[in-house]
Design a binder for this molecule. Structure first.
Ligand code: AN7
Length: 398
């Protein structure tokens, strides 16, 4: 069943619906299978390991074996900050971001519903993922991108997988409004995270964190927040495992936003249960350059219900954290993903996070998504002749 999170109106799993027809709020898919966690043993490590929790027809799953991503202990960085730190590396998904989890379920649903065209607005990663999964399923794909604000790797993926790429004169929020209008006209099946089936896939990050820790909850999960789907999804995942009796505690959900695009953090500071949109969002972390997150209400509930936090970080803090993670731990992530690390550092310094806390930072996309930002942060390589003498001269100067 699909249910409105505000008024409780109920809809069927085969309804093509994005927001509540009664009150306009966001929807969620209810899913509570009665299973023992023993069934997960010996299964391959992809997100479909937890297929009983996925509300789609098992016989038609469209998958590139997403999920089962690395869960890296980061002892050096953790010791430096005085916490027990694990990093969930979502850049290791098939198209290089966590969006693949949501798209696997979303495209499977699209096939079930018999649609022929799918679409989304995107800051980049959603379009890259949708383009790949639509190709695999043989569906037409239309993506709307904010002109000039999509990182190179993501644009290359969307185009190369054969999506119809349309550049919108405007930001992500405007592109999302435009594509939603197309969806409501019946021109395409919308696969932005306002579609509740997307979050059903992404909740598997929560499942995996618990499983990775040996069926325990960490004290806290920290992640970047843009459209606010992922924080809502991960909370849904850990809550479902808690309600199934697989874990005894729940993590504090901690969302990090870029200072120039922080409607959720502002709402949390004031204790509000909805946001005031940010008009001209701006940040180097283009993935989270979003002013009116569609899943804001769900995200705020996740933060309040889990006794969590929301914080902002500056672009400089994001870029420093990106470099720190790359150079201290060997984990390469795109700027938006580094917001989780930058946020952890700031919250430790502020005394909001206790020493010794067990923390999982979700890093959401791969370094190579945004090669320009990476290159701009480095010195040009020195060019020399290929002989020992020239090389020795250069090495002596290092
Ligand atoms: C790397 O691709 O919104 O809070 O259109 O690409 O669930 O939106 C991307 C978001 C974090 C924020 N990290 O997640 C899009 C898009 C990366 C991202 C987020 C995004 P949400």
């Amino acid at each position: 069943m699909i249910k409105c999170i505000d008024c409780g109106a109920e809809y069927g799993l085969r309804d093509i619906i994005y927001t509540c027809r009664e009150c306009g709020s966001v929807l969620e898919v209810l899913c509570s299978p009665h299973v023992s966690k023993d069934i997960f043993e010996c299964r391959k490590s992809t997100m479909w390991k937890y297929k009983e929790f996925m509300p789609v027809d098992e016989s038609r799953i469209v998958t590139l074996e997403e999920g089962g991503t690395p869960f890296c202990k980061c002892k050096k960085l953790g010791d430096e900050l005085g916490v027990k730190l694990h990093v969930k590396v979502e850049g290791s998904n098939p198209t290089g971001s966590f969006k693949d989890r949501g798209m696997s379920v979303g495209i499977t649903k699209a096939l079930e519903l018999g649609v022929d065209t799918v679409g989304c607005a995107s800051t980049g990663n959603t379009s890259a993922s949708l383009a790949a999964y639509a190709a695999r399923a043989g569906l037409k794909c239309i993506v709307l991108l904010p002109a000039g604000k999509v990182a190179l790797g993501k644009l290359a993926q969307a185009m190369f997988h054969g999506a119809e790429v349309i550049s919108i004169k405007g930001n992500f929020d405007e592109a999302l409004e435009a594509v939603t209008a197309l969806a409501l006209e019946g021109k395409l099946y919308l696969l932005n995270s306002v579609n509740p089936f997307r979050l059903e896939g992404q909740k598997s990050i929560g499942f995996e964190i618990v499983d990775d820790l040996g069926w325990r909850s960490p004290d806290r999960i920290i992640l970047p927040v843009g459209n606010a789907g992922n924080i809502s999804a991960i909370w849904k995942g850990v809550t479902e495992f808690y309600e199934a009796g697989f874990i005894q505690d729940l993590p504090r959900m901690t969302g990090i936003q870029a200072e120039g695009a922080a409607p959720i953090t502002r709402a949390v500071r004031k204790g509000l249960d909805d946001i005031v949109p940010v008009e001209n969002p701006e940040t180097v972390a283009t993935a989270i350059r979003i002013g009116a997150p569609v899943s804001a209400k769900k995200a705020l509930r996740a933060i309040y219900d889990s006794d969590g936090l929301a914080e902002t970080v500056t672009d400089d803090e994001i870029l420093s954290a990106q470099k720190l993670l790359a150079r201290k731990e060997g984990i390469g992530v795109e700027p938006a993903s580094a917001a989780s690390i930058a946020g952890l550092k700031k919250l430790v310094e502020m005394g909001e996070i206790d020493k010794g806390e067990e923390i999982v930072c979700v890093v959401t996309g791969h370094l190579l998504k945004d090669p320009n930002t990476a290159i701009n942060a480095c010195k040009e390589p020195i060019e020399v002749d290929a002989n020992l003498e020239s090389l020795s001269r250069v090495l002596n100067h290092l």
